[in-house]
Design a protein around this ligand. Structure first.
Ligand code: PHE
Length: 449
């Protein structure tokens, strides 16, 4: 296989795990997971979610790692090098990364704004839930403030990407991921000491299967793919920087464990707080921006807890936006032969425009609709419900059926240096179990059932 001499590689084993975990751990874990779990029966959802991660997420992540490291190229170049007819999968990834960034940067901008308002104390002036709700609505529909914060977030991401793979991506992950864990553990310990916390933990952990329907499983799988950053070329791109002796299976296992741990810890932080304030747990996407600031406000040292919580969200979001930006930058750099600088600026400019439109679509551009959805919501819908499951489905088909099995074996065993006892099980999952379930999800998301 083609091996470019001057391509950057990541330092050691830990770097591969931290960088990939940086991509996986994001708003999906802390902002989305708790409310999706709350809406879908708490503990029962958690069990199904973990099964999805292990049975479907893990095999697909190993498949994407294989494609990336075997080809050592960006998402499009990787498929083109292995089998040109499959380069559409790489394009699907680059497009999905661009569209996800369109709304992800906006929500990241909100977290930055909320962090700053927590630090300055201006978030602590309100008392009733209605007040918190109206400041959130006013803020996101404001014509310039969220756009400004979105732009700020894009520029910080750009700055990291411009520093390159080792100095930017790797160094930031090594710094930010330990910080993220330290904050999260502190918050979780604090949450568990609150009055009424036991009730919240019971709700989160006690499986209540009476609330589970077929669609719960599909929701869990969609959440798992988004949260693990798979089905879109991110892990292909990152694995293209892995070293030849990186153990792909262990890396994928560690990343999925860390990602799940963060989602669970986010639930441990959020549900006790929600229950101790006597609020219904399923309060939708606004849980983090409306319910929680109101709850923080009733705590001693409220400014500290709320600042730390929003810092956690900023850090989690940043390592994910970096990975999405890199998918596009690496593509433009290697396929269009732009310098890395020019590639990064092109990505930054394009996502800034899309992010601005997405942000304004929640306010002044509210009249612009695609199939009845605002631009912001349609970006979320198209990626999570169409491009990601499609990407995951075709990745399984490609690696399970089309890719030369010698390449797959060589990558997974590091050319025979590692044993792989469950190879047959792995192939079975990739060939049959994963694609069939993914197809079902896809059809369900389109409303076919
Ligand atoms: N996994 C990230 C999160 O949980 C989002 C993401 C999706 C990042 C796809 C990269 C690719 O927030």
């Amino acid at each position: 296989m083609h091996h470019s001499q001057n391509r950057a590689t990541l330092g050691g084993k830990l770097s591969a795990v931290l960088v990939a975990a940086g991509s996986s751990v994001g708003l999906g874990n802390i902002w989305r997971f708790p409310y999706v779990a709350g809406d879908n029966g708490g503990g029962a959802f958690l069990v199904i979610y973990i099964l999805c991660v292990l049975l479907l997420g893990l095999p697909v992540m190993v498949a994407e790692f294989t494609i990336g490291r075997a080809s050592q190229r960006n998402a499009v170049g990787a498929y083109r090098a292995l089998n040109p007819r499959w380069s559409f999968l790489g394009y699907n990834g680059v497009l999905a990364a661009f569209l996800i960034l369109g709304f992800y940067f906006v929500v990241s901008g909100w977290t930055a704004e909320y962090m700053i308002h927590s630090v300055t104390g201006s978030l602590a002036h309100f008392t009733t839930p209605e007040e918190y709700s109206s400041i959130f609505e006013n803020f996101i529909s404001n014509p310039w403030r969220p756009v400004l914060y979105t732009g700020l977030f894009v520029l910080v991401t750009h700055f990291v990407i411009a520093l390159g793979v080792q100095k930017g991506i790797e160094r930031s992950a090594k710094l930010l991921m330990p910080l993220l864990f330290a904050i999260l553990i502190t918050l979780a310990i604090h949450a568990m000491t609150m009055p009424g916390s036991i009730e919240g933990l019971r709700f989160f952990f006690k499986p209540d299967f009476s609330k589970v329907t077929a669609s719960t499983i599909l929701v869990a799988l969609g959440q798992a793919f988004f949260s693990l950053s798979i089905g879109i070329g991110t892990m292909v791109t990152y694995a293209s920087y892995f070293k030849p002796d990186t153990n792909l299976r262990h890396t994928a296992l560690n990343v999925t464990i860390l990602d799940t741990l963060v989602a669970v810890l986010a639930g441990v932080v959020i549900f006790p707080a929600v229950f101790s304030a006597g609020i219904e747990p399923s309060s939708g996407p606004s849980l983090v921006f409306i319910t929680l600031p109101g709850i923080f406000n009733t705590m001693p040292l409220s400014m500290v807890w709320s600042s730390v919580f929003f810092l956690l969200l900023v850090v989690a979001a940043l390592t994910s936006t970096i990975s999405l930006h890199e998918v596009i930058t690496a593509y433009l750099h290697e396929e269009w032969r732009l310098s890395r600088r020019a590639a990064a600026w092109t990505t930054t400019a394009a996502t800034m425009v899309l992010g601005t439109v997405a942000s304004l679509s929640l306010g002044v551009l509210g009249g612009w609709k695609i199939c009845g959805l605002s631009i912001f919501d349609s970006l979320d819908y198209i990626t999570a419900n169409i491009l990601l499951p499609l990407g995951g489905f075709f990745t399984c088909i490609f690696v399970g059926w089309r890719l030369d099995q010698q390449i797959l074996k060589a990558q997974i065993t590091n050319n025979g240096a590692l044993k792989f006892r469950i190879y047959r099980l792995y192939i079975f999952l990739l060939r049959y179990v994963c694609p069939i379930i993914l197809l079902l999800i896809f059809l369900d998301n389109l409303g076919i059932f």
